[in-house]
Design a protein around this ligand. Structure first.
Ligand SMILES: Nc1ncnc2c1ncn2[C@@H]1O[C@H](COP(=O)(O)OP(=O)(O)O)[C@@H](O)[C@H]1O
Ligand SMILES: [Mg+2]
Length: 802
């Protein structure tokens, strides 16, 4: 299942979406090289097929690496500074609490046996070379497989040149693509001469062959040949072979462009601003102009797909029911970018691009704590590369710019970077967030609302995922600037962030004081979201002081503030934090188990490794304390692979480590070493979605009540019914569900009886039987769940409760 793969495997290779031809010799060569080599670079001109060969080679070699193969696609990345972040994200690494992203990445790779694929390195060649060198030194069991138009130039690099396809394979590729495009094409005696001539003319470069095949609907083969012949002789005659191949690919692209209609050309050029693919809506919003209406864009996109200028984006990446997305191969996007620049359109289209992502970001920020939350998180994850590009376009101009367009862009950039705080946190991208905020601060050096906001969000991200002491300093500057500028909401939330920064830098008393100030200001403003955030931070601060009653009171106050029942992020956050207070408070084990189950549901659904790990781990401690050593062992075991992805168990907190050891030694002495170790590794290997279901069901053993296949009736439940069914299966009473969902008890009971009726179940226990595998839009543990740990708040990682 996808979920388990994502936990055990470090990144996945995309599925091939059309047929692959030839390349036996190259694949054999790479296969022979890989076991011995540390860095292999596939070199060749754009469009020759480096990416395709690499993916094949990586898929073939992956089983030889215990940690598998991880593909990092770099063509959408523009800023070399974000190279380590991009790789860490792909490796599903959670960000480290301290230290630079590069150090964390190297430390992680040092412990891995992995094939790391860096696809499309040429535009970041220096950064890739430096990084590859560092990896070779720091990670003895990692092999890097890179593609680039030129070698990286690193000692120890082996290069493999990817030549054009020999004519036989080229003809085969043309015939297959032509058949797909026209619905019927076969090589015959009559057309083989023309075909061979065409493929030779195209120099065997797959990209150009695909582009030409896409035109067969408009031009018969002989005509296509004649047109290309004319064009390419004109353009490439007489150049040397290799330069000639670069030129052929380019010229075939430019020929393809020239034979497009003016509308197609305009759209091709405009769409080049999307490095991360787009859906129709995005294309329409960003590319529309007076000459190019939305309806025309919709039709033109389809025509560009027919012409192989646009290709469907990896369907697995979006998953679910999102609208289809498209992308361009780099060579094609590059060409479009040049045409756009030549027509003087870059600035306008980039402005529209920034405007689109600003609108998405505003909507995200304004609805983050509502029922749409999960959909919004997913949308931003899909748009990650484009969000980055929007920030980049907005924040490229030099600091000190006075030109109005640049000033407006810088303001947009500041708004993007700060309003995305919920994304940076929930996706575990604290250090990337801090990077963009740093660029904002470089451009807003004078007192301004933008500077105050950027300082304050830096404080929040730094407290959670960086240096908390430094965060407290930055936060203090931000708060006093906001106060001076009378930015009331910024100031009030700033104190809430400071509450966390102080607590995490070892001053919970100061944290509590900041929290009180925040509470007063936020209440006066009626800022509910600010108060929810504050409640979580105060819950920590009071635990830091050892005042568990106050901590629990803050938690309850936080919960009571929610209006949206489908909110997961902060619900889960609050449940995890308070579980620690309940665990430390004697006699509160039932409450502790209850909030942990709620946390587990929320965090698992959000695909957050950290919260999932804490929930499973602490449920294990509870089991040990309750004299259920088997359950304790497999639960703690199931958290192990998650901890290892996070870099450290329990954030290396000595206090938590002691609790872990206490639980472990209780279970160990009850079971004996051999049985305990066996259960721990069984827990680690067991599919995570089943472990989650078993944990929720209070199962004693891993094979206790293996969740059955999805009940056929499960799909017929409404969203609300599913949600209630899950909570009931998790052991919540009708009254508790009513409280959790802000519904009346009779309404919950009515929904439950519908659920029982549809599923033919008579008890919550039976509901639990399909808990792990049921599918449906609102089901917290549904099938396509992946669990990458790059989306973490590292809050608990930083918990320094003393
Ligand atoms: N061996 C092959 N079989 C089928 N299609 C191929 C093959 N090699 C390349 N292609 C197709 O040709 C286009 C360009 O290939 P790509 O691997 O992206 O080139 P590069 O990475 O060198 O720029 C892509 O659409 C790709 O799917
Ligand atoms: Mg490529």
């Amino acid at each position: 299942m996808v979920a388990t793969q994502a936990v055990t495997q470090q990144g996945q290779l995309p599925v091939e979406t059309n047929e692959f031809v030839g390349r036996e010799a190259e694949l054999r060569q790479i296969d022979q090289l890989l076991p011995g080599a540390r860095l292999v670079t596939l070199v060749g001109p754009g469009g020759v097929g480096k990416t395709r060969v690499t993916l094949r080679a990586a898929a073939a070699a992956a089983p030889r690496y215990p940690d598998g193969a991880c593909l990092v696609e770099l063509s959408a990345l523009r800023d070399p500074q974000l190279l380590p972040h991009t790789i860490a994200r792909q490796l599903k690494l959670a960000e480290q609490a301290q230290g630079a992203q590069l150090d964390a990445l190297l430390a992680h790779l040092g412990k891995r046996r992995l094939l790391l694929v860096l696809d499309t390195s040429e535009h970041l060649i220096d950064a890739c070379a430096e990084l590859a060198e560092a990896i070779l030194l720091a990670a003895p069991h990692v092999t890097v497989l890179a593609t680039s138009r030129e070698p990286l130039g690193v000692t120890g690099e082996t290069t493999v040149t990817i030549p054009p396809l020999p004519v036989g394979a080229a003809v085969e590729l043309f015939a297959r693509r032509a058949a797909a495009a026209t619905g019927g094409f076969a090589v015959t005696d009559a057309n083989s001469g023309d075909l061979i001539r065409l493929c030779r003319r195209l120099d065997g470069i797959p990209l150009t062959i695909e582009l030409a095949a896409g035109r067969l609907r408009e031009f018969p083969l002989a005509e296509l040949n004649r047109r290309l012949d004319h064009r390419l002789t004109l353009l490439t005659g007489g150049s040397d072979r290799d330069g000639g191949r670069h030129a052929t690919a380019r010229n075939a692209v430019s020929w393809s462009y020239d034979t497009c209609t003016a509308t197609e050309q305009a759209l091709w050029a405009r769409l080049s601003v999307f490095p991360g693919g787009f859906d129709l809506d995005g294309a329409q919003e960003v590319c529309a102009s007076r000459e190019l209406g939305r309806a025309e864009i919709a039709e033109t996109v389809i025509r560009l797909v027919d012409k192989s200028v646009l290709i469907p984006a990896d369907p697995a990446a979006g998953g679910g029911d999102e609208p289809p997305r498209f992308r361009m191969l780099d060579t094609i996007r590059e060409y479009g970018g040049e045409r756009l620049a030549a027509a003087g359109g870059t600035d306008t289209v980039r402005d529209q691009f920034i405007a689109r992502y600003l609108a998405i970001t505003r909507h995200f920020d304004e609805h983050l704590f509502g029922d749409e939350q999960l959909a919004l998180f997913r949308q931003l994850r899909r748009e990650h590369a484009n969000l980055r590009a929007a920030l980049e376009y907005a924040l490229t101009s030099e600091p000190g710019q006075q030109e109005p367009r640049q000033l407006a862009r810088q303001r947009d950039g500041a708004e993007l970077a700060t309003r995305l705080y919920g994304y940076w946190l929930s996706a575990g991208l604290m250090s990337e967030g801090l990077y963009w905020l740093g660029r904002v601060l470089d451009r807003f050096t004078e007192p301004s609302a933008q500077r105050a906001q950027a300082l304050l969000i830096s404080c929040l991200l730094g407290a959670v995922g960086g240096d908390a002491t430094q965060a407290a300093v930055v936060g203090a500057e931000g708060v006093s600037l906001a106060a001076r500028l009378k930015e009331r909401q910024a100031e009030a939330r700033g104190w809430a962030f400071l509450c966390l920064a102080h607590t995490f830098s070892g001053n919970p008393a100061e944290g509590v004081a900041a929290g009180k100030k925040a509470h007063r200001l936020l209440t006066a403003l009626g800022d509910t979201v600010g108060l929810i955030i504050l409640a979580a931070h105060q819950c920590y601060a009071y635990q830091g002081l050892g005042d568990l009653d106050q901590a629990i009171a803050c938690y309850q106050r936080g919960l009571a503030l929610f209006e949206a029942s489908a909110e997961r992020w902060y619900h889960g956050y609050l449940h995890v934090i308070v579980s620690l207070a309940y665990f430390m408070d004697p006699g509160k084990d039932d409450e502790c188990a209850h909030v942990l189950k709620l946390a587990l549901l929320a965090k698992y659904e959000l695909e957050e490794v950290l919260g999932t790990a804490y929930s499973l781990e602490i449920l294990g401690w509870l089991a040990a304390r309750a004299g259920r050593p088997e359950r304790a062992a497999w639960l703690m075991g199931s958290a192990e692979p998650l901890w290892s992805r996070l870099g450290a168990r329990l954030g290396n907190s000595p206090v938590f480590e002691q609790l872990h050891e206490r639980a472990e030694s209780a279970a160990r002495s009850a079971l004996g070493d051999e049985r305990f170790d066996a259960l721990v590794s069984a827990g680690a290997r067991h599919p995570l979605e089943q472990v989650v279901a078993l944990a929720m069901n209070d199962a004693g053993s891993l094979d206790d009540r293996a969740p059955a296949a999805a009940h056929p009736g499960a799909g017929t439940l409404t969203d609300r019914e599913q949600e209630i069914a899950y909570l009931a299966a998790a052991g919540l009473s009708t009254e508790q569900i009513a409280r959790h969902l802000f519904m009346s008890e009779p309404a919950v009971a009515e929904h439950l009886s519908c659920v029982f009726g549809k599923l033919g179940a008579s008890s919550a226990d039976q509901l639990g039987a399909w808990l792990g595998t049921a599918a449906g839009p609102a089901a917290p543990c549904r099938g396509e769940m992946r669990l990458p740990n790059d989306r973490e708040h590292a809050f608990t990682q930083r918990a320094r409760i003393t």
